[in-house]
Design a protein around this ligand. Structure first.
Ligand SMILES: [Zn+2]
Length: 100
């Protein structure tokens, strides 16, 4: 499992989340890309793993309004469309690499 990042920066005006790992980065993730990757029960069918979120419904100018640490294993992201149930583990963020 991935250790917690060395540094996490939310650049709110740009809508960019910047994550530096001990051995990589900083990696840049844009708000829309992260929103489309959301793996919560409202966006992905828990049983089949199929994405139920229509990514075309995600506005281009979506922003990240809040980030919150979940234990020492993940980040919880709140988006400007009101969606705030997405938990992004270090492993997942590492796997996504970058959305830009
Ligand atoms: Zn979601």
């Amino acid at each position: 499992m991935r250790d917690a990042p060395r540094d996490i920066k939310l650049k709110r005006t740009e809508g960019i989340l910047e994550i530096s790992w001990s051995d990589a980065g900083p990696r840049r993730y844009d708000a829309k890309g992260l929103r489309c990757e959301c793996g919560c029960a409202g966006c992905v069918d828990e049983r089949t793993g199929v994405r139920t979120l229509d990514v075309n419904s995600v506005p281009d100018d979506i922003g990240i309004t809040h980030i919150e640490l979940v234990g020492n294993y993940a980040l919880k992201l709140s988006f400007s469309d009101g969606h705030d149930t997405g938990i992004y583990s270090w492993d997942r963020l590492d796997r996504i690499k970058s959305t830009l």
